[in-house]
Design a binder for this molecule. Structure first.
Ligand SMILES: [Zn+2]
Length: 122
C-alpha cells in the first residue's frame, strides 16, 4: 500500500511539473503574441497576421486557464494523498477504479458519479 501511495505521489508530482512547464511555455508564448499584436498597426483590422494572432491569443488564454485549473486539481489530489483520502469518490465514497485513476490521476469522482455529474470535469 505504501508503494502504491508513493507511486501515486510521484505520478502526481511528475504531472504537476509537466503542467508547470507547460504554463511557463504558454505564458511566454502569450507574451510574445501580445507584443506582436501591439506592434502590428491597430488601424488595419483586415491584417491577416493580426487576426491570426488574435485567434492564437484566445487559444493560449484558454489553454492557460485549463492548465491552471489542472494545477489546482493536482495540488488538491496531492493533499488527498497526504490525508489518506486519495482514490475515494467525493460523492459516494466508493473507491475510484484504478484504470480511471491511471488516465485521470487527479480524479475526484468515480466513473458512475462523474457520468451523473457531467458539469464536474473531475
Ligand atoms: Zn461515486
Amino acid at each position: 500500500m505504501t508503494d502504491r501511495v508513493d507511486s501515486i505521489r510521484n505520478a502526481l508530482r511528475d504531472e504537476r511539473a509537466e503542467t508547470m512547464a507547460l504554463i511557463e511555455q504558454l505564458s511566454s508564448r502569450l507574451d510574445a503574441v501580445i507584443e506582436a499584436t501591439a506592434d502590428s498597426s491597430s488601424d488595419d483590422e483586415h491584417d491577416p497576421e493580426g487576426s491570426t494572432l488574435a485567434v492564437e491569443r484566445g487559444q493560449l488564454v484558454a489553454q492557460l486557464e485549463r492548465s491552471r485549473v489542472r494545477l489546482d486539481e493536482l495540488d488538491a489530489a496531492l493533499d488527498r494523498v497526504g490525508a489518506g483520502t486519495y482514490g475515494r469518490c467525493e460523492i459516494c465514497g466508493r473507491e475510484i477504479g484504478e484504470a480511471r485513476l491511471e488516465v485521470l490521476p487527479a480524479a475526484r469522482l468515480c466513473i458512475g458519479c462523474a457520468m451523473r455529474n457531467p458539469s464536474r470535469r473531475w
